[in-house]
Design a protein. Structure first.
Length: 96
């Protein structure tokens, strides 16, 4: 476990030194929110559930749950989805 923490710390330091965005070095998930009217989730691995009021998405680092109303889901690429609708809550879930 300590090795993973050290490796992550080194990647963060490299990102800062070379002025790379952290998501590039850490292989993270990007969540682009457009006020409360929708969002784009990049680097998702699975859609766990989908209704017009709730969407749960699995990512490499955990889960993202969106709650709101009038959701519509569109797959943009193999690892990127677009959600439209009124977002009232974003919940980060730890699946570990």
């Amino acid at each position: 476990m300590k090795k993973d923490a050290k490796s992550k710390k080194k990647r963060i330091q490299a990102a800062e030194f070379f002025e790379f965005p952290p998501d590039v070095v850490l292989h993270g998930v990007n969540l682009h929110i457009f006020e409360n009217a929708g969002c784009v989730i990049e680097s998702y691995t699975d859609i766990l559930s989908y209704t017009q009021e709730r969407i749960r998405v699995q990512t490499k680092i955990g889960g993202i749950c969106l709650e709101g109303e009038g959701f519509s889901l569109e797959v943009l690429t193999a690892d990127s989805i677009s959600v439209t609708g009124r977002i009232s809550k974003i919940i980060y879930e730890d699946f570990a």
